[in-house]
Design a protein around this ligand. Structure first.
Ligand SMILES: Cc1cc2nc3c(=O)[nH]c(=O)nc-3n(C[C@H](O)[C@H](O)[C@H](O)COP(=O)(O)OP(=O)(O)OC[C@H]3O[C@@H](n4cnc5c(N)ncnc54)[C@H](O)[C@@H]3O)c2cc1C
Length: 241
């Protein structure tokens, strides 16, 4: 079975997403072979003797929803995305998260501005300029109030934690995300689907591109048995009925 040789070259590589965001794979644990090993521990059968058999086992596990062996592949990502994307992302509970603090760190004036091509054609440049100006104004007030507390050590933290509320959800945040491949499949299935918001889809697509390189056989099996059967767009349309 071919492995993900060279996938560690992905570690630390920054994949730009949206205008200022990114996805970075910090490190990962496991491989296609580890999934097969984990599944075979019950019978004691050796892995690596027959590559075709190993690959077939991955496809069998996926088809028959034997999800636990896929939990032995773990990814750790650093993500930078707008707050509204992070809010959708963190609904995925089967993962570990650590996010930057707005109490201990001052937010930079860094917010998401969509490309004109990514908003409906009824909106023009002037509309986007207005959007941008308002977000900038929010930061001006935030910064002025946070700065006002700067000479007072006992009030600085409180100022940051209260006045962060001024910043819209287009502002960028950063977090660490550690997730196993089973949960990652659920994330990719739901967030690459046509029903997911375009912005989080850009992140999910970047994540899927990385996962494909790290565990190529698991990813191929996921594509065949999970992705081809569902589209979160269908789920969304179903909910609206
Ligand atoms: C297109 C789209 C639109 C959405 N719209 C909305 C919306 O309008 N409002 C809204 O609130 N949310 C919305 N969501 C979020 C959605 O409801 C889920 O919270 C989110 O997708 C995370 O999915 P999950 O629970 O499967 O993932 P995880 O939380 O990572 O859970 C993974 C799996 O673990 C199991 N699991 C986890 N926790 C439990 C539990 N407590 N009990 C039983 N099993 C559990 C389930 O099998 C679950 O699928 C939307 C999501 C999508 C993709």
């Amino acid at each position: 079975m071919s492995s993900s040789t060279g996938s560690s070259q992905l570690h630390g590589k920054r994949f730009p997403v949206l205008d200022k965001g990114y996805v970075i794979l910090l490190e990962h644990l496991g491989s296609d072979a580890r999934v097969v090993d984990a599944a075979r521990v019950s019978t004691g059968t050796k892995t690596g003797v027959d590559a075709e058999r190993d690959r077939n086992l991955i496809f069998f596990l996926m088809e028959n929803k034997h999800g636990t062996p896929f939990e032995h592949v773990v990814f750790q990502f650093a993500i930078k995305c707008p707050l509204f994307v992070a809010r959708q992302w963190m609904r995925h509970r089967i993962a570990s998260y650590n996010e930057r603090s707005a109490r201990y760190r001052v937010f930079e004036e860094e917010f998401y501005v969509p490309n004109p091509a990514d908003v409906p054609p009824i909106f023009d440049e002037a509309d986007l300029k207005e959007y941008e100006a308002l977000l900038k104004q929010e930061h001006d007030v935030y910064q002025r109030l946070v700065q006002k507390a700067q000479p007072f050590k006992e009030h600085r933290q409180r100022a940051r934690e209260v006045f962060r509320a001024l910043l819209g959800t287009a502002y960028y945040t950063e977090f660490y995300w550690t997730v196993n491949f089973r949960s990652l499949m659920n994330f990719m299935e739901l967030r690459t689907g046509s029903g997911a918001q375009w912005e989080i889809r850009q992140y999910a697509d970047a994540i899927a591109g990385i996962a494909r390189q790290v565990v190529p056989h698991c990813y191929a099996a996921y594509e065949r048995y999970v992705l081809k059967q569902t589209d979160a767009g269908d789920l969304e349309r179903g909910m609206q009925q």
